[in-house]
Write a protein that binds this ligand. Structure first.
Ligand code: GLY
Ligand code: MN
Length: 508
């Protein structure tokens, strides 16, 4: 079996460059380096929170070994990768964020009264190996130094071991081992192969459903899908650290929107002004966070009617609305998700204002009902009531608002086909594998964070609406925290009323 530590050989570059291979060079480059003291950091703020999350997961899977890989960078093309981002479940359970060492794996090994957690990571290579100068993928001279095992242990409050030792775990996985399968597809395939090989040696037990590579076997036994579900549900209620991160993500995201507005003159002057919007926001994201939490939507004019317009190659015209849906992900990987729809000139036209205020009314009505104990689905229902009423009032629906709101009608949804809310956190669409009973049909609890994002989109060729409405798309999206007795709009400080938005832009 190929060892984990060396499963990926450095990509071949010998046709275009060389690394000296003489013993003289190797001896020389390996010598005369100053000693490096192993300075141990204080535990990071999130370490105790991550320990508590592991403890809650442990209770759900007594006696079962759990494997949670961080994953590795995905190839973009040839020898270039997409930026690495640790799997969200891994980050949630370790507290490791943008500085995660790729390829790391968290293993929860069952004990008599819970689990022992061990974080396997590629140990820092010494100057006695050629890795530091000869390996462009992981070598220190190429991508920077890795922390030592003891430094990571102190930093995250976790037992650490060299990734090479993870081979012992690989060799002993069985059908009961549960794995976060999508985190590291190469590793998942290796683990499946070990389980399949065991099944071939013991066909009787395989036939009885005791040995399956995906944990999808014997009746009553938890599967890897159950693990994915539990990891999602564990994130439905945010802890104090997570709430603080969400606040910070919203704060820097608000700055990103202000940066964009400050650049409006350049944006309007450029034939691909939407790209400038994206670039300006991205500058703030990289400066004050890790990156963007999802691809920025910079949708001007008709493009605002395309819900996930991320091509962002259009012109931004004075007189148009621009819908900007963007969020900054912090180094902890928590992200905001904010939409503001802005009049590029600084003033809404009458029809733009009419649509905008209807959407704002829907957002405010939905927010007003948020408190512990209500059903998540009520938020959407409340927003839709306003959307149906306004579009009926404007004469766009073939029936009354009440008729349209009936489940088998829903004419108003022509103008807003998406949902009103989704959970938000370390993923923009957080908790996505949670059961419907706990998500759509779930009941709100203090500490939940989700979006409220109603919209109205009148497609440019929609014959059901008057011409002056066609090509107008408005979405207003805020990030909401459920509190002990109500709710807090975390993004209320980012202007959202007509007057505040116009004052914010103020291009006169
Ligand atoms: N902000 C993009 C979305 O929620 O789908
Ligand atoms: Mn959203």
């Amino acid at each position: 079996m190929v060892g984990m530590a060396d499963q990926k050989a450095p990509r071949a570059t010998t046709n275009r460059s060389t690394t000296p291979g003489s013993d003289t060079f190797k001896d020389y480059i390996s010598s005369q380096w100053a000693d490096r003291p192993d300075v141990l950091p204080e535990p990071r703020e999130q370490a105790p929170f991550a320990a508590d999350r592991r403890a809650r997961l442990s209770v759900l899977h007594p006696g079962t070994r759990l494997v949670v890989p961080a994953g590795s960078a995905k190839v973009r093309s040839n020898d270039c990768d997409y930026p690495f981002r640790a799997h969200s479940a891994f980050s949630h359970l370790t507290g490791w964020g943008s500085d995660t060492v790729p390829g790391s794996v968290l293993v929860l090994e069952p004990t008599a009264d819970g689990h022992d957690a061990t974080l396997y990571l590629r140990a820092s290579a010494g100057r006695d190996s050629d890795e530091f100068y000869a390996n462009p993928e992981i070598g220190e001279f190429w991508i920077g130094p890795r922390p030592s095992l003891t430094q990571v242990a102190a930093d995250l409050g976790l037992a650490t071991r060299d990734l090479a030792d993870f081979e012992a775990v690989v060799g002993t996985v069985d059908a009961e081992t549960l794995v976060v399968r999508e985190a590291d597809p190469d590793l998942t395939r290796r683990l499946d192969a070990v389980v399949e090989a065991a099944a071939e040696q013991s066909p009787a037990s395989a036939a009885a459903g005791e040995v399956t590579p995906d944990g999808d076997g014997a009746p009553g036994r938890a599967t890897s899908a159950d693990l994915a579900r539990d990891l999602s549900e564990l994130r439905l209620v945010k802890d104090a650290y997570e709430v603080a991160q969400m606040r910070q993500a919203v704060t820097v995201t608000g700055k990103g929107f202000t940066d964009v507005i400050a650049d409006f003159d350049d944006i309007v002057a450029h034939p691909r002004g939407e790209r400038l919007v994206e670039g300006t926001f991205n500058r703030r994201a990289r400066a004050d966070g890790n990156t963007v939490g999802y691809d920025t939507i910079a949708a001007s004019g008709d493009h605002a009617c395309v819900l996930h317009w991320t091509r962002n190659d259009g012109v931004v015209r004075d007189g148009d609305l621009i819908l900007i849906d963007a969020g900054i992900e912090l180094d902890s990987l928590y992200t905001a998700d904010i939409t503001r729809t802005l009049p590029v000139s600084g003033r809404f036209t009458d029809v733009q204002r009419l649509v905008y205020e209807a959407v704002l009314e829907a957002a405010d009505a939905a927010f007003a009902i948020v408190r512990p104990g209500i059903a998540f689905r009520e938020i959407h229902a409340t927003a839709m009531k306003v959307i149906a009423e306004r579009t009926a009032e404007w004469g766009f629906l073939p029936v009354s608002a009440d008729e349209s709101l009936k489940p088998d009608h829903q004419y108003h949804r022509r103008y807003m086909v998406h949902g009103t809310s989704h959970h938000l956190g370390i993923d923009v669409h957080d908790c996505a594998a949670a059961r419907r009973d706990l998500y759509l049909d779930g009941v709100l609890e203090p500490g939940m964070v989700f979006t409220i994002e109603p919209g109205l989109y009148f497609q440019p060729d929609d014959l059901t609406v008057p011409e002056e409405f066609r090509g107008i798309g408005v979405r207003i999206e805020d990030d909401i925290l459920v509190t002990a007795d109500g709710a807090e709009n975390l993004s209320v400080g980012i202007p959202r009323t007509v007057a505040d938005v116009e004052a914010w832009i103020s291009r006169d």
